[in-house]
Every structure is written in structure tokens, then in C-alpha cells.
Design a binder for this molecule. Structure first.
Ligand SMILES: Nc1ncnc2c1ncn2[C@@H]1O[C@H](COP(=O)(O)OP(=O)(O)OP(=O)(O)O)[C@@H](O)[C@H]1O
Ligand SMILES: [Mg+2]
Length: 324
């Protein structure tokens, strides 16, 4: 397995708000990641040069329009699909160079997966506790350890009184929380949840999110949630936006106590120096085609071409009249 470098200055890993996590080692590193699906004669580029760094123990959400590549990225990180080009490292695994054996080991020990469709996560003829025990049985854990750990996990997701229920006797939200416990059964380093709240009501979504947060805090598992759910998205400390198969913008929040939240929006600067501005900013300032840039001491100004604020006078000097 080849190791990748641990530094990627072209991503937002070293931003100010990220300081709270900066002491943690980088756990997931996607560098110029590309995924192309071939369907008959057509090629669909699902990921086109995606850069992303995720630190150990982070809990973050991925958002983005339909077709932007969220599930594609999750499937690659989950070892269910292989990338076409670029680099992607998770822990010690280089996902572009995995043998079949690596892949089995990776899926068994590194990843827990929770799908949107409740029915896809659980076996209908097993009780909640049996569902949680199953991955441990396949991994060869002794019966007693399985029982204990399954009960403990179900307790942590708030379902100790539902252990012996089959899925058809559980609500959608409860099934998703059992699915989270199943995902955690083999002590994975990361838990991936693709729209886990997509089929449940608000109150259940809240409980699902709470369970993910609890396991993140208590076991230090890295959690990535794909979501359209604004309440979920608003409650994570890091929200990464995908657009057209790339990371576009990113929101970092810092909690001070329980309520005060400091929030800043970031964009990804790729290695070619390209920057994608948030759509809302572009619309607000009516920017198109060409923008005017100015390098200041500690920042770069960006103006719409027609806006006098950043305009040059005819002799090529900046127009001081507009500058104050
Ligand atoms: N197995 C596949 N074969 C061919 N094309 C695919 C496959 N999976 C995804 N795609 C295409 O790749 C692009 C990204 O799809 P993806 O499922 O990752 O999007 P998404 O962000 O998860 O969208 P949604 O919010 O609708 O779930 C889309 O254009 C999709 O049609
Ligand atoms: Mg999807």
C-alpha cells in the first residue's frame, strides 16, 4: 500500500476555524479524485477532481444538488466502488490500489454504512439485537462479546427497550437507529450515512442525528452524513458542499457554549489556483464571465467587472475616487 503525503495546502485544512480540529491527524484524503461511470457508449463523470481532507473523529455533513456526486463519493469511501483516477487515502489504505483481500478487510473493519432506505439496512426476520450481532458473528467474535456489545450499542442509540423487536415492529426512525448500531458493530473507524433521515419525520431525524453525534463523541468514530435535511445540516460543525462532482464551498462553525455559533464560509482553492465562488454571492453581485481582482495585504478583492469599486481608470491606475 503506498502512503500519500499528509499535507495538502490547497485545501481548507489549515483555516482558522478549523483550529479546534487541527491537532487531529488527517484520516481521509481525496486528491483530484475522479470517478467515471461507463454506460454503454456514454461516459458519466460523477466526480471530477474532488479534493477533500477529513480529520480523525470529525463529524461532518455533505450537501449538494441531486447528481452532484455525494453517493458516488460515499460509495468510494465505503470501498463499494473504486475510483477511476486521482488519489484517495483512508487511514493506511490507498483505495486506488486495493487488492480484493484489502477490500474485504477494509469493508469489514474500517466502515459502517447506513443507507437511506430503511429496508436495505436490516434483515427483516432478525430482531434488532440479532441484526446488530450479525456483522460481529461474520467477523468471528465470540457469542458473549457479541451479545454485550450489541446491547450496549442499542442502549447508546436509545433502543434498549426495543432489542427484541423485528424491524416491522419498529418505526422508520427506530430502524435507522438500529442500522446505526449495526454499522458500529465491528468498531469501524468511520460511519457513512447516505441520507439516513430521508424517509423519516423531523422528530425521528433529530433522534437519528443525536445517535450519530453520541457515537461520534463516545467512540471517536469519524462520521460523514449526506443530507438534504436542513436541521441536520445546521447542526454539524463542518458542512461541505458538492457541485458537479467537486467540493465547492464549505461552512465551518464554532460553538461557544451551547448556543453561540460562529460561522464562516470557505471555498476550496485547488492546486491550479481555481476557486469556485458560492452561487448566491455571484447572483447577489450579478457577476458573470469576468471579475476584477485586487491583491490586498491580507486578502483578495473580487468585484463584478461593471462595478466601479474595483474598476481601473483609463490609464490603468486604480481609481482612488472609488476606493474610500
Ligand atoms: N452506477 C452508475 N452508473 C452510471 N452513472 C451513475 C451511476 N451512479 C451514479 N451515476 C451518475 O453519476 C452522477 C452522480 O450521481 P450520485 O448518485 O453520486 O449523485 P448524488 O449527489 O448522490 O445525487 P442524489 O442527491 O440524487 O442522491 C449522476 O449524474 C448519476 O447519474
Ligand atoms: Mg445520492
Amino acid at each position: 500500500m503506498s502512503q500519500l503525503s499528509n499535507t495538502s495546502p490547497h485545501t481548507t485544512g489549515d483555516t482558522r476555524l478549523d483550529d479546534q480540529n487541527n491537532h487531529r491527524p488527517i484520516f481521509i484524503e481525496c486528491d483530484n479524485l475522479v470517478k467515471i461511470y461507463k454506460v454503454a457508449d456514454l461516459e458519466v463523470v460523477a466526480l471530477q477532481g474532488l479534493d477533500l481532507l477529513i480529520r480523525e473523529g470529525e463529524m461532518m455533513a455533505l450537501v449538494g444538488p441531486s447528481g452532484s456526486g455525494k453517493s458516488t463519493l460515499m460509495n468510494i469511501l465505503g470501498g463499494l466502488d473504486s475510483p477511476s483516477a486521482g488519489r484517495v487515502r483512508v487511514g493506511d489504505y490507498n483505495l486506488l490500489e486495493m487488492t480484493r483481500r484489502d477490500q474485504v478487510r477494509y469493508r469489514r473493519h474500517m466502515v459502517g454504512f447506513v443507507w437511506q432506505q430503511t429496508a436495505r439496512n436490516l434483515l427483516p426476520y432478525l430482531t434488532a439485537v440479532e441484526n446488530v450481532e450479525l456483522p460481529m458473528a461474520l467477523a468471528g467474535f465470540p457469542t458473549r462479546e457479541r451479545r454485550e456489545r450489541a446491547a450496549d450499542l442499542l442502549d447508546r442509540v436509545g433502543l434498549s427497550d426495543r432489542m427484541n423487536h423485528r424491524p416491522d415492529r419498529l418505526s422508520g426512525g427506530e430502524q435507522q437507529r438500529v442500522a446505526i448500531a449495526v454499522g458500529m458493530a465491528n468498531r469501524p473507524a468511520m460511519l457513512l450515512a447516505d441520507e439516513p433521515t430521508g424517509e423519516v419525520d423531523n422528530a425521528s431525524a433529530e433522534q437519528i442525528f443525536h445517535s450519530l453525534r453520541t457515537l461520534n463523541e463516545e467512540f471517536g468514530v469519524t462520521v460523514i452524513v449526506v443530507t438534504h435535511d436542513i436541521t441536520v445540516a445546521n447542526r454539524v460543525d463542518r458542512l461541505v458542499g458538492l457541485r458537479d462532482g467537486r467540493t465547492s464551498t464549505e461552512i465551518l462553525r464554532r460553538r461557544e457554549g451551547d448556543i453561540a455559533i460562529h460561522e464562516e464560509e470557505y471555498a476550496i482553492l485547488d492546486r491550479a489556483g481555481r476557486l469556485q465562488l458560492p452561487e448566491a454571492y455571484i447572483d447577489t453581485l450579478d457577476m458573470e464571465d469576468r471579475v476584477r481582482l485586487r491583491l490586498e495585504e491580507d486578502h483578495i478583492g473580487v468585484w463584478p467587472e461593471h462595478n466601479p469599486q474595483g474598476e481601473m481608470s483609463s490609464n490603468g491606475q486604480e481609481d482612488e475616487d472609488y476606493d474610500s
